[in-house]
Ligand binder design. Structure first.
Ligand SMILES: *[C@@H]1O[C@H](CO)[C@@H](O)[C@H](O)[C@H]1NC(C)=O
Ligand SMILES: *[C@@H]1O[C@H](CO)[C@@H](O)[C@H](O)[C@H]1NC(C)=O
Ligand SMILES: *[C@@H]1O[C@H](CO)[C@@H](O)[C@H](O)[C@H]1NC(C)=O
Length: 399
């Protein structure tokens, strides 16, 4: 093959600009098969962006039919994907290696308890923890030198009676595994039991031990959260799906573990903003500059956005992403902006390391969008989008 000097230079430039993302998706929801899609975000010559699928690993032969969450393990250079496997007795955790082009190669698959929905790598890449929604469990896994997994621990929970919301709080529902900034604790929001379950990490063995539990208001349904460490303080933000509230806790490290004091609570659509009927809060992440908490809301068409087909004048419904400004001195939040997520059911989203782009998986639309993040922390335009197979549940950046 023959390249001119110019085309080689522009090829090199476009390779530098291109970023890989991976998206997991559920199958079986009328949007085709689930699995894991590799995406490439590239800059166009005119300053715009393109987002394209580079490969698709069908769930039936890779992560599973209800691929629900992706974690990039930077220590071991492995991508972990969990399969929620609705209706099956067991779920699974699959390990992938990635190639420079972003395509994934499966090299390990472990059968787990049913319904894993979130994983986190801890203890410097020595172990992985998973939250299991329907089986009310937390499991831990040793990460082998190969990057594959070996089962370590199982913690299973029960309720003596259903919670305030008996339909959703029939049993405990472990929803996320969140590593604290010291790397010594994992916090697990339990949506069914209205608890934050706090585990201590043994750094020698990577084993977890139950440290304490923190009760949130009955009927809250805590789902996701994130820590913030400032120069003087540590805070934990917890988004509750059933009450649609966002809470800030001041975190203290004591002789017996990690203790939480609530310093702020508000409806999750904004301070003083009424919660729309049917809303379900979903994701809560920090901006990379630690200035903003970013949350998502589902099942309410808060906005109408232009059609992705410029020839089609029919607008499309969109849920909201919410930008909260964090007061580092108090941990309190103030409401900066409510912006269109780019479609319906933004179950999960993630921001690139530079902080100028967000990738949002729209579960009900089968679409992944890239949103602009402006210097003032607010979300801007939809810069690129792509339809993928299945219903997107998780989208992460390869960086
Ligand atoms: C996934 O695999 C199944 C079974 O082989 C096949 O029927 C289906 O068409 C595949 N889906 C996609 C999107 O490739
Ligand atoms: C598979 O599910 C069954 C039923 O919940 C459970 O007893 C078993 O331990 C699970 N297998 C693994 C490897 O977790
Ligand atoms: C225009 O968009 C709407 C909403 O997505 C869709 O139902 C309709 O089929 C589209 N019309 C055409 C001509 O593509």
């Amino acid at each position: 093959m023959h390249f001119s000097r110019l085309s080689l230079a522009s090829l090199a430039a476009s390779q530098v600009a291109a970023v890989t993302l991976w998206a997991a998706s559920y199958g079986g929801a009328g949007l085709g098969d689930g699995g894991v899609t590799s995406l490439k975000l590239d800059k166009t010559g005119t300053g715009g962006y393109t987002l394209k699928q580079t490969s698709f690993l069908n769930g039936s032969t890779s992560c599973g039919a209800q691929s629900s969450w992706l974690t990039k393990d930077a220590w071991n250079n492995v991508i972990y994907c969990v399969d929620e496997a609705w209706g099956a007795a067991n779920g699974s955790i699959t390990s992938f290696h990635s190639s420079p082009s972003g395509s994934l190669t499966l090299f390990d698959k472990q059968i787990s308890l049913g319904s894993p929905v979130s994983t986190v790598v801890y203890n410097g890449g020595a172990a992985l923890a998973a939250a299991h929604y329907d089986t009310s469990a937390v499991t831990t896994w040793e990460i082998l030198p190969s990057g594959g997994l070996k089962a370590m621990q199982v913690f299973r929970y029960k309720l003596t009676a259903p919670g305030t919301n008996p339909t959703r709080q029939d049993v405990p529902h472990e929803h996320e595994v969140i590593l604290d900034p010291t790397g010594c604790f994992i916090v697990v929001p339990d949506l069914g039991a209205d608890l934050l379950r706090i585990f201590a990490i043994n750094k020698k063995t990577s084993m977890l031990s139950e440290s304490s539990t923190f009760a949130v208001a009955p009927g809250s349904g805590p789902r996701h959260g994130t820590f913030l460490k400032t120069a003087d303080a540590t805070y934990l933000f917890v988004l509750s799906e059933l009450s649609n509230t966002i809470a800030s806790y001041s975190v203290a490290y004591t002789a017996t573990g990690l203790s939480l004091t609530q310093v702020f609570i508000s409806g999750a659509y904004g301070v003083g903003v009424e919660i729309p009927t049917g809303a379900g809060a979903a994701e809560a992440i920090l901006s990379p500059d630690n200035k903003y908490l970013l949350t998502s809301e589902r099942h309410v068409a808060s906005f109408q956005i232009p059609n992705f087909d410029p020839k089609n004048s029919t607008t499309l419904p969109s849920d909201a992403l919410i930008v909260w400004t964090i007061d580092h001195a108090t941990g309190k939040l103030s409401n900066a902006q409510r912006a269109p997520a780019g479609g319906m059911n933004p179950r999960q989203f993630s921001v690139n390391a530079k902080g100028d782009l967000a990738a949002v998986g729209l579960q009900d639309d089968g679409r992944v969008v890239i949103l602009e993040r402006k210097k003032d922390g607010s979300f801007g335009d939809i810069l690129a989008s792509v339809m993928i197979a299945g219903s997107p549940t998780s989208v992460i950046w390869d960086e």
